[in-house]
Design a protein around this ligand. Sequence first.
Ligand code: ZN
Length: 364
Amino acid sequence: MPTNQTPLIASDAHLAHAGLIELLAGQEVPCFESPQRATVIRDALLATGDYALEAPEDHGPDPIAAVHELELLDFVEHVWTDAVAHGWDAARPLLPDTFLLRGYAAGMTLDQLPAKRHLRLGAYCFDTATPIVAGTASAARASVDIALTAADRVLDGAQLAYGLCRPPGHHAGRNLIGGYCFFNNAAIVAESLVARGAARVAILDVDFHHGNGTQQIFWRRSDVLYVSLHGDPGGIYPYYSGYATERGADSGEGATVNLPLPAGTDGDAYLSSLGEALEAIAAFDADAPLVLSLGFDTYHADPICNLALQTDDYARIGSAIATLGMPVVALQEGGYAVDALGANAAAFLDALRAPRSARGQDMP
Ligand SMILES: [Zn+2]
């Protein structure tokens, strides 16, 4: 492939993770996290001629098991077939209706789980936005492979690789799915970089929402920095995490940085907060590529979010991140204004593609 092309790792496996509905504000609605999201981004990037489409390589379950509990892997892999085998109507997605509140409702729930996996839904899911269908497990596995293959390309020498992950990942915790997410692609990449010898890995999350799963996974870790800009959880999903006072715990104290943003935040204000985020990342002095959780739900017309970024702002954000001088593994998270996703992704990634020095590629 010509060296001026950026690897775009994508797969069609996500197309079968479709026909989804969610319960939002008391209504059953078509799931905002749709296959069209990934299709329009892929097509827009390929139309520029600057991206080389590649299929993901199979990395097996071990990198997932390094981040998620085995029982969650087993659940995601088999819950659909278990449900259908026990009479579930295959025309309907699986959604939980009863939640296990671990450690919170002591004496009321004792973590006892039914044998049938589909009856454990509420033990492994924290919201009503994460439907499961026949194609979900293979899509989730492919999404992880996309992320890991993008990381491989950057370790091979690319300054930037873009993983068109769908389903997204940053809401998935060690043993919880939620927020359209099943396996935490960014966390799995960060952990794999540690496994491959990095002493310090930085994750920057510019999706509109707080990456509560990523925060949980690295909460007590000093070797993985998690920095997130997101809508103020005091007013928006995921409500219960992402406050500025959350900074990590134990040896991980200070390695979680949350920068909540008020509703209506525009490009100038966003760039100002991003400056703080980039300072924290520069000070951390990672010795691995930057892992980027990339969402475009910060766009002013996003149907479920409340910031006010314009397409031009994504070029400014991409350019600002490029000033770090770090190679970047960019992984798709959210973004639901489908008509604008292609232009926003192209604006952002084109700015990030600009040549820069190779700091951060000195992994042992
Ligand atoms: Zn989001």
